[in-house]
Design a protein around this ligand. Structure first.
Ligand code: NA7
Length: 536
């Protein structure tokens, strides 16, 4: 068997992605003894696992990067407007070396259990190999889209070809040339991989359940002029990002209703945003874009017309045209040549809403209508988002309560960071935080800075135990719901509500009040001697 080793830390960090690495950096800077535990054989989290063709960030890289070091952001050169998975992974590895973080990450180590020992005021973590770690505090930097989900299709084990999932793609890549490939799923991951697989495969069959809105990324090599302008103004741009809803600079907070302007002006604006590329421009173009159905419909109709213009076969165009949810209420996808791909002779689209997949056969995929013979299947079917990674760990609080049970009806948190009954544990960009509705690294830095200040203050005051008050948690969850209910977000069957996981309680999980409001609330809580927390 495995030798039982035991380690005692100030802070155990679960996860070695962008959040875990920044937590190491900040907490070490305060003198804490820390270690991060990473299941993968390399650092990088999301950007380590999602190696599928076309994987790239949908936020511009000058924004989607750490802001904590001006030298870093000045030195680093992003080769494209939107970085690829590989470019982001290079950046993460550079950061790990530059700030001496790598030695504090234990790779190939999956944490399977964590329980709070209230007599010792310590977390006890257990790895899959049976190692135990004791730590005063625990930071769950486990990611939001880190538990891949392949639907439990009957017969999948009988498939004679190879199958893959976007979130656990083989490190060496996959050569689809000459193959008949099926892609299941048309969320962000499917929409990114479909154009590239179509170029390689002999034939690509896309199995679509729900059509999605996608906007052109208008990606390209980094414009040197833009990079120069950005870098000469980086600090101000980061400050500006803090004053916005999504944590991205360059998009002023809207002041005008979409309904208040003429059709012509609105169309001109949408056309400009389409040409400019990216999703944030659309999401922030009018005050009521995500609040008022009539306002939202103007943009949805604009994109639907674009789809009908790009896709030559009107039947295919109709299938690709979303009509079940307000635009932006699901994660708005960005693409490079997605709709155009359906004009290729080697690509076909199958509507699996009309005729659902019933099973995987040895030869391919069978729907209620017919069998499709395939050599390979790529599942872009998403993740057990936001709560999956934490539910997979057997987390037990001060009184032995299981987190999975506490969250059976939906996640409960205070500020998205702490959970009542689970002292000294901090979640990064979890449910109830604006994380997934923001430039993620922005929120990671904000959360970890806030937690670092709290731990510093607690240590200075000899505090051994930090608890979230149940009442504060209840109020926060009510606030998160109230804000969401004032928007169109809950109207979509998205991973924001857990809709892609059968049986998952339908609860809108992210905080959509915007990062500036959220930051103000967190700062007020801290200034008010950590209102809602008990420090003992
Ligand atoms: P998503 O956005 O959850 O998309 C998953 C897709 O897979 C979506 O089109 C689903 O259709 C489809 N799906 C899921 N299960 C099935 C079954 N059983 N049959 C057919 N189709 C299915 O995941 P992504 O990986 O694309 O993106 C996740 C996030 O990563 C993204 O938002 C970015 O923030 C980065 P549905 O819509 O449920 O009908």
């Amino acid at each position: 068997g495995v030798a039982q080793t035991s380690t005692t830390l100030d802070v155990a960090i679960v996860g070695g992605g962008l959040a875990g690495l920044y937590a190491i950096h900040r907490l070490r800077g305060l003198g804490f003894e820390v270690r991060a535990f990473e299941a993968g054989s390399g650092i990088g989290g999301t950007w380590f696992w999602n190696k599928y063709p076309g994987a790239r960030c949908d936020i511009e890289s000058l924004e989607y990067s750490y802001s904590f070091s001006d030298d870093l952001q000045q030195d680093w050169n992003w080769p494209e407007r939107y970085a690829t998975q590989g470019q982001i992974l290079d950046y993460i590895n550079h950061v790990a070396d530059r700030f001496d973080l790598r030695g504090h990450v234990q790779l190939n180590t999956r944490i399977v259990a964590a329980s709070f020992d209230k007599a010792a005021n310590q977390w006890r973590l257990t790895t899959e190999a049976g190692e135990t770690i004791a730590a005063r505090f625990c930071v769950m930097a486990t990611g939001n889209l880190s538990t891949p989900r392949v639907p439990d299709f009957k017969g999948i084990e009988s498939f004679e070809g190879r199958w893959y999932h976007s979130g656990m793609w083989p490190a060496e890549g996959v050569d689809f040339s000459g193959q008949r490939v099926g892609v299941v799923g048309t969320g962000s991951s499917g929409i990114q991989m479909i154009p590239l697989i179509a170029q390689d495969a002999e034939h690509l069959t896309v199995f679509q359940r729900t059509a999605n809105f996608s906007l052109p990324a208008q990606n390209g090599p980094m414009d040197p002029e833009r990079e120069r302008a950005f870098k000469s103004d980086y600090r101000r741009r980061r400050d500006e990002a803090r004053q916005t809803g999504f944590g991205v600079s360059g998009y002023p907070v809207p002041t005008q209703s979409a309904i208040a302007v003429s059709d012509e002006e609105r169309r001109r604006n949408y056309e400009r945003l389409w040409q400019q590329g990216g999703s944030i421009g659309f999401l922030t173009c009018y005050t009521d874009f995500l609040v008022n159905e009539d306002a939202n419909r103007t943009a949805a109709e604009f994109v639907r017309e674009k789809i009908r213009t790009i896709v030559k076969d009107p039947k295919i165009a109709a299938l690709l045209t979303p009509d079940d949810h307000p635009i932006g209420s699901k994660r708005l996808c960005l693409d490079t040549g997605y709709y155009e791909t359906y004009n290729r002779p080697n690509v076909s689209l199958v509507d699996v809403r009309a005729a659902p997949i019933v099973e995987i056969t040895p030869k391919g995929v069978r729907t209620t209508e017919r069998e499709y013979e395939l050599d390979a299947i790529a599942f872009a079917t998403g993740f057990d988002a936001m709560t999956g990674a934490l539910r997979e760990i057997d987390i037990r609080g001060a009184d032995g309560e299981r987190l999975a049970e506490k969250w059976a009806g939906g996640p409960l948190t205070y500020l998205g960071i702490m959970v009542a009954g689970f002292p000294n544990m901090f979640v990064v960009t979890g449910p109830g935080s604006p994380g997934v509705k923001s430039q993620m690294i922005h929120s990671i830095e904000q959360h970890i800075d806030w937690v670092a200040d709290l731990l510093k203050s607690a240590s200075d005051r000899q505090v051994r135990r930090i608890d979230a008050d149940p009442g504060a948690e209840e109020n926060w969850v009510a606030h998160v719901n109230e804000v969401a209910d004032g928007t169109l977000y809950p109207r979509a069957n998205s991973w924001y509500v857990g809709a892609n996981i059968p049986g998952k309680p339908r609860v809108f999980m992210p905080y959509v009040g915007g990062v500036s409001t959220y930051r103000r609330i967190c700062d007020d809580v801290a200034a008010d001697d950590y209102r809602g927390l008990s420090l003992t």
